[in-house]
Ligand binder design. Structure first.
Ligand SMILES: [Zn+2]
Length: 564
């Protein structure tokens, strides 16, 4: 009820202002000074009024069309999508904010494994037990080296986590120096959400493994991961798409651990085999992981991991624009909206279709980014802070474009006050709530929950912490540089009591996520799409108008780890 009331008040104020406008126009400066809150409300509403279905739909039809071939990073089709976004930024009247016009070229090293060379061999009782590519295992290429081959004993280390503040360690009393580690993805579900997300990150795990002298990692599938995706789904595109890393100014690949010379992901039967000579069975390892209890042990088997990798230097742009703020001081600070423009390109045929269009992932986020920019640019007075809009490259290759920008921002790094990221907003049903992953870590939570009220949304907590979504999209690149950030997505609650949003979300994840069927045939609830788009603008507006820049909460896990 408060919701409706607030909405009516703001419309009433806007109408009042319109009614008075003939005289007021003449004395705009004075009116600005006297009536700033009213004027600000009306300015925001003028921007919001521009958001409509046709605008968003036109972008979707272009970006998710078969002609764009799934917008794989580094392809001419991605570049076509980049030109499209830049063209719209120009038409809207934004400032160029790349280091080359609209563009920030991201230099990358692409790697493609030679699948015929990929080898996983178990040495058991004098027998060489060679595993089968795709059926038994998959692996990616080495980031830098053309050829790697290691043979070493394997030690099972649970999730591969050492978390002293959680009194949890998979490494206690275990020597892994010179060993290959076998570990599950994810983190114990006994961890609070934040810790679970942080420790699930492959980067965190690799750092820990290297610190302890490990030389390779074999990944195992936990029960959660088995339930989430079939092996067929995981393996069908193995070796098809290149991996990518950004390259720093001295030409070194980012997030690279040369100490780790081998990696593979095992299917269940080989994983069971790997535990045959161990003091515990694979089943017991799964049980321990499910219970969140360490059960680390050497497995009594030597394994060889080998592969050859082809490398190529490529470049793919982030597309960056700015709407200059209206406050002389605060205009030097930026609220950053992001959405990744790339998707996964061409892949294995599913029902005869090889084009992975990525309509929801993330043509939708990009379409909303462009229309958000249009709304801001239409406001008679821009908000106090500047607003930056970035269509990012390389998200699907491992948050590559965002991590590069966060390391080499085109404006001073301490001027980035917040990031609001859009990735795969599923607008499948009449929405009652939104989720802002990461909001609870900073003052953004309060700002966001207030800003969305006028679109009849409430802010809901993370309903699926096991997916650790907070570390799985581009906002995490900003978080790691200390910028308070949120990943804004539609919630699971529908205004229609008959609809279970969680069921529809999971159905999308299982059936359409990263599949050719995430295309223009997917349903869109347009009323919710428009409310969600407007909520995004309101959030950015509120952050940009606030006299205080967003701050990490006192004692926050991510704030303490990364905040400056
Ligand atoms: Zn994706």
């Amino acid at each position: 009820m408060i919701i409706k009331h607030r909405h009516i008040v703001s419309i009433a104020l806007a109408l009042l202002l319109v009614a008075c406008s003939p005289d007021k126009q003449e004395e705009k400066t004075e009116a600005d000074n006297n009536l700033q809150p009213v004027d600000a409300v009306s300015g925001l509403e003028q921007g919001l009024a521009l958001i409509n279905r046709d605008g968003i739909e036109a972008h979707l039809k272009f970006l998710a069309d078969d002609a764009l071939q799934g917008r794989m990073t580094g392809t001419p089709e991605y570049d076509k999508a980049a030109e499209y976004v830049a063209g719209h930024f120009a038409e809207i009247g934004l400032e160029q904010a790349g280091d080359d016009g609209w563009y920030q070229a991201v230099p990358m090293l692409a790697r493609r494994i030679d699948v015929d060379s990929a080898k996983v061999v178990f040495h058991q009782d004098g027998v060489e037990n060679e595993q089968t590519w795709k059926e038994g295992f998959v692996m990616g290429g080495d980031t830098v080296r053309a050829e790697t081959s290691i043979t070493a004993e394997v030690v099972f280390v649970g999730f591969g986590i050492d978390a002293p503040e959680m009194s949890y360690s998979d490494y206690e009393g275990i020597d892994v120096d010179g060993k290959i580690l076998a570990m599950f993805g994810g983190a114990p579900d006994t961890f609070p959400h934040n810790e679970r997300a942080f420790y699930s990150s492959g980067l965190t795990k690799s750092e820990e493994a290297v610190k302890r002298g490990a030389i390779g990692i074999i990944s195992l599938r936990s029960r959660i991961s088995q339930k989430r995706y079939s092996w067929k789904r995981i393996s069908e595109n193995a070796g098809v798409r290149p991996g990518m890393s950004w390259v720093n100014l001295s030409g070194e690949a980012a997030n690279y651990f040369p100490e780790l010379q081998g990696a593979a992901l095992l299917n269940i039967p080989p994983a069971e085999d790997l535990f045959k000579r161990a003091p515990i069975s694979f089943e017991q390892a799964l049980d321990a992981a499910e219970a969140g209890e360490p059960l680390s042990t050497p497995l009594g088997t030597e394994v060889t991991l080998a592969r050859r990798t082809d490398h190529e230097t490529i470049s793919s742009p982030n597309i960056i624009a700015v709407l200059r703020g209206s406050d002389p001081d605060l205009a030097n600070e930026y609220v950053v909206f992001t959405a990744h423009l790339d998707h996964v390109g061409i892949g294995a045929a599913v029902d005869g279709d090889t084009i992975y269009n990525g309509m929801y992932d993330n043509a939708m986020g990009t379409a909303l980014l462009i229309e958000t920019a249009r709304a801001f640019a239409a406001m008679p007075t821009p908000p106090k802070r500047s607003i930056m809009f970035i269509a990012l490259t390389g998200e699907e290759r491992g948050l590559v474009g965002s991590d590069y920008f966060a390391h080499y921002p085109t404006v001073p790094s301490d001027s980035l006050v917040a990031n609001v990221n859009l990735d795969m907003p599923l607008l499948l049903y009449p929405l009652a709530d939104v989720i802002a992953f990461g909001a609870e870590h900073s003052s953004l939570e309060g700002v966001i929950s207030e800003a969305i009220v006028d679109e009849d949304f409430v802010l809901s907590p993370d309903p699926i912490p096991e997916e650790v979504l907070f570390i799985r999209s581009d906002q995490y690149s900003f978080v790691k540089q200390g910028v308070p950030s949120v990943f804004l997505v539609p919630g699971f609650t529908s205004t229609d009591a008959e609809i279970d949003g969680g069921v529809l979300f999971n159905e999308h994840l299982k059936t359409h996520y990263h599949q050719p069927s995430d295309d223009l045939t997917r349903p869109i609830d347009w009323d919710s799409a428009l409310r969600f788009a407007r909520a995004n603008v309101r959030i950015g507006y509120a952050v940009a108008e606030d006299n205080e820049r967003p701050t990490w909460n006192e004692g926050d896990f991510f704030g303490d780890k990364f905040g400056k």
